[in-house]
Design a protein around this ligand. Structure first.
Ligand code: ADP
Length: 286
């Protein structure tokens, strides 16, 4: 048996193909861009190619992320909050607090023993303190996303950055540069500012160990270091952290596929569609 999870985020789309033993056999990640449907199709096809499978060999597909209802081949949809919690519980079973920092929003999630959602909150009003904010800072400093984490780790005297607004932080950085401040100290200040904001969000759901960090921004080791320092505890991070939503979606897909007799799968898909795609066990969210 093979299933797939497709996470259509506002910035990046991730797809996972998983076998019946819950092993990831294919994955793909790329920019969502202007066409949500196009990105979902592209990443699904890339993940299938890596797995060496054809679309008809996939028994169940769960879509998640802000564009989940646009996944044309999806049999069911689950919110990204449920999927990140499910994925984190799979990789780090002792996760009780989860922070997901993506391209345009941050989520704090309190997770139960079975990967269930106890509470969550998010900042989705603007991109303050998210991946897009970091991208704006990198651009002003003439660095790439891949570089900023390492450069920030070289800082010996982090500056205090007061803005987490993507628009205002640019002029704050420019004025620090004009004063001759070192790029690494500015960057560490930027990372610390995001960590401070994220920890404030986490406090609203309660911080209990273990803490797991997911979303694309978890690929930035400078961000991992700043969060650890602010939380004063270890943080679980995996090379799969950006895929956590897609991984959770694939795990939901396995559970659904296992419970549905093969002959009834198409009927189940039609029922899910008629219901508007809402998935039992899915929680609110956006
Ligand atoms: P979403 O699901 O909200 O679309 P993701 O969780 O996939 O977003 O995260 C996308 C963000 O991850 C990008 O905006 C970018 O800032 C960040 N990101 C992606 N790759 C890297 C990397 N190699 N280093 C640092 N940050 C990265």
């Amino acid at each position: 048996m093979h299933v797939a999870g497709v996470d259509v985020g506002s910035t990046a789309t991730k797809a996972i193909v998983m076998d019946g033993n819950r092993r990831v056999v294919g994955k793909a990640c790329g920019s969502t861009g202007a066409s949500v449907v196009g990105a979902a199709n592209r990443m699904f096809q890339e993940a299938l190619k890596e797995a060496g499978l054809e679309e008809w060999e996939i028994e169940f597909v769960v879509g998640t992320g802000y564009g989940r209802y646009k996944v044309p081949f999806g049999h069911a949809q689950v919110t990204e909050i449920s999927c990140h919690a499910r994925g984190a519980n799979f990789l780090f079973p002792h996760t009780r607090t989860l922070v997901d920092i993506g391209g345009q929003d941050t989520k704090a999630i309190a997770v139960g023993e079975r990967g269930d959602i106890r509470d969550f909150c998010m900042n989705d009003k603007c991109a303050a303190g998210t991946g897009r904010f970091l991208e704006a800072c990198a651009t002003v400093l003439g660095l790439t996303l891949d570089e900023i984490g390492d450069v920030s780790m070289r800082s010996s005297k982090p500056l205090r950055i007061t803005n987490v607004c993507t628009v205002f932080v640019e002029s704050e950085i420019v004025s620090h540069l004009a004063k001759g401040e070192r790029i690494e100290d500015i960057l560490r200040g930027v990372h610390n500012a995001i960590a401070g904001r994220s920890v404030a969000l986490l406090r609203r759901v309660g911080i209990e160990p273990e803490v797991t960090f997911t979303g694309g921004v978890s690929r930035n080791l400078g961000m991992v270091a700043s969060l650890k320092e602010r939380l004063q505890c270890e943080i679980n991070v995996s090379p799969m952290s950006q895929y956590m939503g897609a991984l959770g979606a694939a795990l939901f897909a396995i559970e659904r596929a296992e419970n549905i007799p093969p002959g009834e799968r198409k009927i189940e898909a039609a029922v899910a569609e008629a219901r508007g795609g809402e998935e039992p066990g899915a929680h609110g969210g956006h």
